[in-house]
Write a protein that binds this ligand. Structure first.
Ligand code: CTP
Length: 398
């Protein structure tokens, strides 16, 4: 499962660092190529020589003397090289820096430059671990998609029994293996995902749009890619980013009409469509190529209805799986159920704007999954976690 994977192990300065040479050894035995980054403090607990001997690579430590004394941007090359990062032990300090975008040494800088899966295995005194600052930072990192290998209960180096012990190297390897075995779920399956808002141009410089951030759709696409799917991501304008790989086809559109054309085209090649985009229901009848000049008195814009993409997919659905979203403010369940039936969906993800932390622009969401037989309300979660729940439900339809 891990054979051939390139792993960057980051060690920060906690006593549990003494166990990390064993982690490196286990990963190498599993067939991984391992490179190690250490902080200054980590070297108080473990030696470069041990890690270098076990990994068969030089240790990256000082950004300014360089790694191999060759490259000054080694944090970027290492981030590009690796398939995953494992930070063990992750101290309160590195967790705090990573959660807040601080990059002041080799490890924290590489973490920010790294855009694939990061596993964090925290270790610290139990009072520190339960401190609101550390827990808030960990929650924040989860919303970034970081995989957290929770600290364990046990006897800690400070002499107390409590939660804060680093997971054993064997447990870390098991967690990572499980994570990658889950990836197999969607190998050979193709998805169309719509995301973000659309923009309906009024004139050369003005448009009608909405507050959709695209976060939910991008989180779904990332989860699917992690689990081996091929994804057509049809996206309206958003500041979200995603790595383009051979499995990810990013199709950028602006208007509802463009989203319609591209989504219909992609659906033909897909097994599933998940439509999370906030598509404009109306578009200006007339679009001006120049900037409209201010005129005396009021101004009226005549709108015409756009085509309902999801409804059209429902008509062409046949054996394919179709998932929609419903954003509601009133009679939520009833309205969502109507959309489920009218648009011929397998299930619908209801966002109620009455729920705090749900909806546009925020990184959390509180949704209810509704199919013809069940109504399943979920607690407030990060959009990354909600994406996992949605994708897990899709799996039950295959
Ligand atoms: N949708 C779509 N094409 C449209 C409008 C909506 O594909 N022109 C999709 C959305 O992506 C979402 C679902 O339909 O998956 C429901 O969108 P929503 O805005 O909640 O509902 P509408 O159908 O537009 O109805 P209303 O605005 O009246 O609630």
């Amino acid at each position: 499962m891990l054979d051939g994977k390139k792993v960057l192990v980051g060690i920060s300065g906690g006593i549990a660092a003494y166990k990390v040479p064993l982690l490196v050894r286990l990963l190498v035995k599993k067939g991984c190529e391992v490179k190690v980054i250490v902080t200054d403090n980590a070297l108080e607990f473990v030696t470069e020589m041990t890690l270098q001997t076990l990994s068969s690579h030089k240790i990256y430590h000082n950004m300014f003397t360089g790694y191999n004394n060759e490259e000054s941007t080694e944090h970027i090359s290492l981030a590009n090289w690796a398939d995953m990062m494992i930070v063990a032990p992750a101290t309160a300090n590195i967790i705090g820096k990573y959660a807040n975008g601080i990059a002041d040494d080799a490890l924290s800088t590489t973490l920010l430059a790294f855009n694939k899966t990061v596993f964090l295995s925290p270790a610290m005194n139990s009072n520190m671990y339960s401190h609101i600052a550390v827990q808030t930072n960990l929650q924040k990192l989860k919303t970034f998609g970081v995989e957290l290998i929770d600290a364990k209960e046990g006897f800690l180096a400070c002499g107390v029994n409590g939660k804060g012990r680093m997971a054993e190297p064997e447990e870390i390897v098991e967690y990572v293996e499980n994570y990658f075995s889950k990836q197999k779920d969607f190998i050979g399956k193709t998805f169309t995902v719509t995301a973000g808002p659309t923009r309906e141009q009024i004139d050369r410089v003005r448009f009608i749009s909405n507050n959709s951030s695209g976060k939910m759709g991008y989180a779904i696409a990332k989860e699917l890619l992690n689990r081996g799917a091929e994804v057509f991501l049809v996206s309206g304008p958003t500041s979200e980013t995603i790595n383009e790989t051979s499995d990810l086809h990013l199709i950028k559109i602006e208007s509802a009409e463009q989203m319609y054309d591209k989504t219909i085209e992609c659906f033909e090649k897909s097994d599933v469509a998940i439509c999370s985009a906030a598509v404009a229901d109306y578009t200006p009848k007339q679009k001006f190529d120049t900037k409209l000049k201010k005129q005396e008195g009021d101004m009226f814009i005549e709108l015409s209805a756009t085509k309902d993409i999801l409804k059209s997919l429902g008509e062409k659905k046949e054996h394919r799986i179709l998932v929609g979203f419903a954003l509601e403010t009133d009679n939520e369940i009833e309205n969502a159920k109507k959309k489920l039936i009218n648009k011929n969906l397998d299930f619908i993800v209801l966002n109620s704007l009455k729920d705090e932390g749900a909806g546009f622009e925020v990184s959390t969401n509180k949704v209810t999954l509704i199919d013809k037989d069940n109504i399943t309300p979920l607690p407030l979660k990060s959009k990354t976690e909600v994406a996992k729940d949605i994708v897990d439900k899709v799996l039950t339809y295959f």
